[in-house]
Design a protein around this ligand. Structure first.
Ligand code: SF4
Length: 78
């Protein structure tokens, strides 16, 4: 799955939402989140993010690895 990390916080550009073919990117209070079970790993969202907040799960920078769990947790809470 793909993950949205810290650069999205308080930005929420939403260009990714337009690109996602399966509509699995959802809006939270301060950032957007990718539903890990719905993402089909197409990668379409990654290049359109103006702040480069989106990473394939294996490529999330070390300082932001907790965002992978945070994306999943967001959907456990709603
Ligand atoms: Fe949507 Fe594809 Fe991005 Fe997954 S990788 S969130 S399916 S655009």
């Amino acid at each position: 799955t793909y993950t949205i990390a810290e650069p999205c916080v308080d930005v929420l550009d939403k260009a990714c939402i337009e690109e996602c073919p399966v509509d699995c990117i959802y809006e939270g209070n301060r950032m957007l989140y990718i539903h890990p079970d719905e993402c089909v790993d197409c990668g379409a969202c990654e290049p359109v993010c103006p702040v480069e907040a989106i990473f394939y799960e294996d490529d999330v920078p070390d300082e932001w690895v907790e965002y992978t769990a945070a994306n999943a947790d967001f959907f456990d809470e709603i």
